[in-house]
Design a protein around this ligand. Sequence first.
Ligand code: AMP
Length: 276
Amino acid sequence: MKIFTTRHQIAQYFTHKTGKTIGFVPTMGALHNGHISLIKRAQQACNEVVCSIFVNPTQFNDPKDLEKYPRPIAADIAMLEQAGCDILFNPPVSEIYDNNEKWHLNIGNLEHLLEGEFRPGHYQGVMQVVNKLFNIVKPDLAFFGQKDYQQFMVISKMVELLNMPVKLVMCPIQRETDGLAMSSRNVHLTAYDRQHALILSKALSGVKDSFGIADIPQLQLQAKQLINSEPGIGLEYFEIVDGDTLTPVSSNTKSIVALVAARAGKTRLIDNMLIV
Ligand code: AMP
C-alpha cells in the first residue's frame, strides 16, 4: 500500500492513471471491520481504492471528544495492508486547512434534524472536509456506511448541489455478534457500558419486528421507554421517520428508518435500522 500525506503526492500519483475507476473510503481511523467492509465493497467496484484517515477538527463540536478520539495509526495501516487497500491518504491538519477557513452550504433543514440538533455545526464540518477530500482524490465512487445514515443524506445533498462528479454508495452496518454496531468509539466503553449499550440495537430490532402490529407513535414510545429504563444509558433521540427525508412518515413514504442516539456512560453512540 502506498501512503501519501500531501495533496501533491495524490495528484502526482493519479496523473498517469486515466481510465481507471477510483474508489474512495473516507474515515477518521481507529479502523474496525465496518470500515474494512467499505474497502472490500470498493474493491469489488473499482480498479484502485483510496482510504483516507483524517480526524477532521471542524466536525467536532466538543473539543474533548476531538482530543480523546482514538488514533492507532500503526494498527490502522496493518489492517489496510491486510485488506489489500491500494492507497492511504493520511494528511496532517495543515495539509487540509488554512487558518480560519470559512465554509457554509445551505442544505435546508436536513442539517438541523436528529444529529444536527444534538451536534450543531457538525454536518457543515463533515461537508467541508468531504468536499475537500473529493477534490483531492477525485474518486469515481465513494463508499459510506449506513451507520451514519443522516451523514449519507447530507453528503448526497452536497454532491447534488455542487454537481460533483462522484457516485455515492451506501454500505450496510457491520455489527458485533451481540448486535452492537461497530464504531471507533466503542473502545471507550467500559464493560458495564458495553453491556447496557446493547439496548440500542435491541430497541431497533424490536421496532422492526413489531412493525405493522403497533402503530409508529406506539412503537416509538415503547422503544424510548425500553431505552430509558436501561441503567447507564442516556437517550438523546429515537425517531421512526421517512427514510428519504427524515421527516414524519406520510402517505408518500417509500422507506422507513428508525434512528437512535444515546450516551452509554460518557460515550455517545448512534445506530439505525431500515424498517421497511
Ligand atoms: P468514521 O471513521 O467513523 O468517520 O467512519 C468512516 C466510514 O465508515 C463512514 O462512512 C461510516 O459510516 C462507516 N462506518 C462506521 N461504522 C460502520 C459500521 N459499523 N458498519 C459500516 N460502516 C461503518
